[in-house]
Design a protein around this ligand. Structure first.
Ligand code: MRU
Length: 361
């Protein structure tokens, strides 16, 4: 996708050296800056601190993190300890573990000295696949959305968090069909949910603006009203982990939107690539939910009147705060899953039908 009209990706191998450049998402939407990751520690920190975020991008960054570790020391012990370091960064997005497992499978049998180059190549392959899968999600999602648009002559969608290209390598998951609809000339508008406490909705608004897609930011609490009033044709979100039975873990607040959508008879779609589906996880009950620091709720970040970045404490440090970062939407509230292979019911049978090769847990 484009930033200031220049095609770009969220993660790119540096031209001159074995390192990767990322967009520092903690600076957005107020400032656009890139950062260079040159070591395992840089990659782990970027994931932990959410300089990179979004399930697919976390996985890709972890793959490069392994490559960076092996460039420093190419032996089995380094591989094992780097996998452990990266696996501990964030618990909910299964793409992280998927990428680490894939890297390990590729590298395990290689001789010492041969792993670093292979790791770099495998990380690049994962990167390309993610971009292509997200592009396909856009095509399949568009096929689902087009009839809704034809019925009304326009398309009003609602999304939550940021499941756009910033959360992937390119295109995004939930936003990919939106970009595809916009590019196909459909009059599409997007209700963007703010997504407290980290406000990933601001990232969504930023990237939609870069592409020229009309959108309106709403406080999370406004979603129910808009759905009940008939101002939304469909809700479309991403996922951090889809269990084998179709239950979906995504950014906290997703579940409330699914409930409101069901009550309002509005379709609720979840878009995600294969790397987000955890066939070894029987149901949403088994998905680990990340609990993040309470200061994310107590302290608000932004810029002041002169544009300088700063923060405002809205609650004293001793005030008790709970900050679960994700929630689980039961499969029965999901109208369809949109993947790179097509759409399917959010169910064991639906997923098996799309991915017959996936082993039974
Ligand atoms: O905590 P984050 O910002 O990493 O959470 C991101 C989300 O929950 C996204 O909706 C999800 O990863 C889908 S990304 C294509």
């Amino acid at each position: 996708m484009k930033v200031n009209n220049i095609p770009t990706r969220t993660i790119r191998p540096a031209a001159d050296t074995r390192a990767v450049d990322i967009i520092d998402q903690t600076a957005l939407p107020h400032a656009y800056r890139t950062l260079r990751l040159a070591s395992l520690e840089d990659a782990a920190h970027a994931i932990r601190s959410m300089q990179v975020r979004g399930a697919p991008l976390i996985g890709v960054t972890a793959a490069y993190g392994l490559a960076l570790a092996l460039m420093k020391k190419d032996d089995e012990a380094t591989l094992t300890s780097a996998v452990a370091t990266l696996a501990a960064t964030r618990p909910t997005a299964v793409n992280l573990h998927w990428a680490l497992q894939r890297m390990q499978a590729r590298l395990a049998s290689l001789a010492t000295g041969a792993r670093a180059t292979a790791a770099w190549q495998e990380a690049a392959a994962i990167t390309e696949e993610d971009a292509e899968q997200c592009r396909r999600i856009g095509e399949h999602g568009l096929a689902l959305l087009r009839p809704l648009a034809e019925k009304r002559g326009r398309l009003d969608l609602m999304t939550h968090c940021n499941a756009g290209w910033l959360a992937t390598v390119d295109y995004g998951t939930a936003l990919s069909p939106i970009y595809a609809a916009f590019d196909a000339g459909i009059d599409v508008r997007v209700w963007v949910s703010e997504t407290r406490p980290r406000n990933q909705g601001l990232l969504t608004a930023w990237e939609l603006k870069q592409h020229g897609v009309p959108h309106t930011l709403i406080a999370d609490n406004a979603a129910g009203l808009l759905l009940a009033r008939g101002e939304v044709d469909a809700v479309i979100v991403g996922a951090d982990r889809i269990a084998a039975n179709g239950d979906v873990a995504n950014k906290v607040g997703t579940y409330l939107k699914a409930l409101a959508a069901r009550e309002a008879n509005v379709p609720f779609y979840v878009a995600a690539p294969r790397s987000t589906i955890d066939f070894a996880c029987p149901s949403g009950d088994a998905i680990p939910i990340e609990e993040r620091h309470g200061d994310e709720v107590r302290v608000v970040h932004g810029v002041d009147g002169s544009g300088a970045a700063g923060q405002v404490r809205q609650l004293p440090a001793e005030e008790a705060v709970a900050n679960p970062a994700f929630d689980v939407t039961p499969a029965r509230f999901v109208s369809a899953l949109i993947t790179e292979r097509g759409t399917c019911p959010a169910s064991d049978a639906g997923l098996r039908n799309l991915y017959p090769e996936a082993g039974h847990a």
